[in-house]
Design a protein. Sequence first.
Length: 327
Amino acid sequence: MKHLTILIPDGQSKLSSIVCTYKVFIKANAYWKEIHGSDLFKIQLAGISEEVEFYEGLFTVKPHTHISAIAKTDLIIVSALNNFNYPESIAQNKSMTDWITKQYKLGAEVATMCTGAFLLASTGLLDGRQCATHWAADGTFRAMFPKVNLQTDLLITDENGIYTNGGAFSFLNLILYLIEKYYDRRTAIYCSKIFQIEMDRNSQSPFIIFTGQKMHGDTLVMEAQSYIESNPGAKVSAESLAAKFLTGRRSFDRRFIKATGNTPLEYAQRVKVEMAKKAFETTRKTISEVMYEVGYTDVKAFREVFRKITGMSPIAYRSKYNKEAAV
């Protein structure tokens, strides 16, 4: 029998990600046993404290065991953090992250939910690898872990036995992904139907609210960002921005990418698409009207950029988020 460890970090982790993970895996085990005659996993909640409080003591969780009692596990799932003071959470759970590193070296696979990626990234195991987390934590994560290849548009990453996922309740999609990988497709479909979780979601792009990465401290780049955001309908090029801020094109590009994770053109596209999204959500303007407002004159180019960033066409996005305009 394999062993699954669901970690309960000290501090304010997300209770929902712990409870739902436990429930869905218990159901998957029961279904598997019905067909094959035995459980696939022994499932244990493990932590570094006998009891962990949630939401100012409103709820408490008592882990089955201390992590030190688990000599070997096959799969570790790290719940999301609810404490936005990530350095404090990392320091508070240092013995847990050390244990994760040890278990990974012994052959365990590791999955993190949402902001649980901060704990895993602190081990160095994500350096040079892709990682997803909640899009709202993008700037903070990049500043703390510049060696990690953060991909906030992705819903799930799977690389060298390490799995990460996007934000909030998208952890349910990661659970189904892991169930399909460890059990089989049939079990994953069963759990999908029982818990009414949509199968095969692979992007959190439609849910991202782009606010720009502002925690970098580069004054010149901040000024450029402010200019782009204040002129969403303008045609922006790296050359014109570099000239405006009196710096060389290559130097400007390097500084902008280092600070924001985007090229100046990508950043301008994200600003324009965010403005377009808001127009589709709140007005009855046509696709063409919105397109012109955000500085595009070519319908095909606008559709391609919009789909690339949101994962949806402009029409599909408007239909999903503005029922009145879709009628």
